[in-house]
Ligand binder design. Structure first.
Ligand SMILES: Cc1cc2nc3c(=O)[nH]c(=O)nc-3n(C[C@H](O)[C@H](O)[C@H](O)COP(=O)(O)OP(=O)(O)OC[C@H]3O[C@@H](n4cnc5c(N)ncnc54)[C@H](O)[C@@H]3O)c2cc1C
Length: 371
């Protein structure tokens, strides 16, 4: 079969990868020169630990296996099975972790609680103020600046793959047994199936359907620092992350002390990952109400810099970059919004803050469903 895939982000690219792996032909179309949206603005986390029990966790575990496979084929994307440590700074956060460990699926997540010494053995850079940590060796990272490029270079070695950038798709329609895609410059592409992976662009294609879909857009603020002078051997989260990830929904969560005002106002948690060049990617905030603020707000940066410095026990290197990003998120508890638009047109978006994690498994399910 011939697939037309619209969107060069991680969801579109994972679909291209999976379709080619299954022996199909693929033309992938991207509006920009290279994708510059959520898929390159993220932490690069492959984050299994906090996933909701049930289908979401199963999908994350499957995606983690697929990332391993992709890494074997494409080492250039720098997949690192570095694990994550979620650090507790008070007894209430430790109590949540202890209750989480009693969940039925705790072993599937490979969670362990570590004391300070054990935590430091895994990540010697953590010399600051915390009591214990929740270790998830399943969590991993990729380099957001390399993933799409290296996957595309790999796909381009296959004669059945065509990459077309700088092509804004303005119409996708079903023409009998054919899917027809029309670009703004008038070029027309025909295939058997069109898969539209538009990310947070809910308006350019199939606006009516996406307007009523259970999806919303979320804006995040992020930063990166100058290189840290030592290795941060794992990804790091603070206890606030347990308020946002559904994997930690246990009764003792209610006993957590209130967040500082800047953190609650901006729906914040700390996530921190060291990039291959030694810099630290740090975030994040969550803004839900549109229209989004166009200005970057400085208070969250100051706050996160301090939280991260406290965990490391030394002042973090200076911030060198600040940016924001927007993702599309399902609001009905599903894994993504996979929508049949017409007999041979499917739209896939809404993976939320776990799109990088889940993309390979989401794509696998789409392609299997079409074969
Ligand atoms: C700041 C931030 C941090 C995040 N951190 C993580 C993380 O660490 N781990 C994780 O799992 N997830 C994370 N996420 C979520 C993850 O990045 C997203 O879920 C994922 O990147 C979405 O991928 P996508 O391909 O759907 O969208 P996008 O990356 O937005 O790509 C969509 C692409 O489609 C193109 N496009 C749209 N319409 C058209 C059209 N009509 N014609 C041609 N091209 C079109 C766009 O130009 C764009 O390049 C984060 C997101 C953000 C914003």
């Amino acid at each position: 079969m011939k697939y037309l895939i619209i969107g060069g982000g991680i969801i579109g690219t994972a679909h291209a990868y999976e379709a080619l792996k299954s022996g199909h032909q693929v033309i992938q179309l991207e509006r920009d020169d290279v994708a510059r949206s959520a898929s390159v603005r993220n932490f690069g986390l492959v984050w299994v630990s906090g996933r909701k029990s049930g289908a979401e966790l199963q999908t994350a575990v499957r995606a983690r296996q697929l990332w391993d496979e992709i890494h074997q084929a494409i080492p250039e994307l720098l997949f690192r099975p570095n694990g994550s440590l979620t650090l507790a700074i008070n007894e209430e956060e430790v109590a949540v972790m202890e209750e989480c460990l009693r969940k039925e699926d705790a072993s599937l997540r490979q969670w362990q609680i570590l004391d300070r010494d054990e935590t430091q053995r895994i990540n010697p850079a953590l010399r600051g103020n915390y009591l214990a940590s929740l270790w998830c060796p399943l969590d991993a990272t990729v380099e957001p600046g390399l993933v799409l490029h290296s996957m595309r270079e790999y796909l381009l070695r296959n004669d059945d793959y065509i990459w077309r950038n700088n092509l804004d798709v303005v119409e996708v329609r079903s023409d009998g047994s054919k899917a027809v895609v029309i670009a703004r410059n008038g070029e027309i592409f025909e295939g058997d199936i069109a898969i539209v992976c538009p990310g947070a662009d809910h308006t350019s294609l199939f606006k009516e359907q996406l307007d009523t879909a259970p999806i919303r857009r979320v804006r995040l603020q992020m930063m990166s620092t100058a290189p840290l002078d030592e290795a941060l051997t794992t990804s790091i989260a603070d206890g606030d992350s347990m308020r946002y990830y559904p994997g930690y929904e246990v009764p003792t969560l209610q006993n957590l002390p209130p967040q500082p005002k800047v953190a609650s106002d901006n729906h914040m948690q700390l996530l921190m990952v060291q990039r291959a060049d030694g810099t630290l990617t740090i975030g994040d905030t969550h803004e839900y109400a549109e229209p989004f603020e166009f200005k970057l707000n400085e208070d969250p940066y100051t706050y996160l810099h301090e939280v991260a410095s406290n965990l490391l026990g030394k002042k973090l290197p200076p911030i060198i970059h600040r940016w924001d990003g927007v993702y599309s998120q399902v609001t009905d508890g599903g894994i993504c919004d996979r929508r049949v638009i017409a007999q041979n047109i499917i739209s896939v978006t809404g993976p939320g803050g776990r799109g990088n994690t889940l993309a390979p498994a989401i794509a696998e399910e789409t392609i299997k469903g079409l074969s």
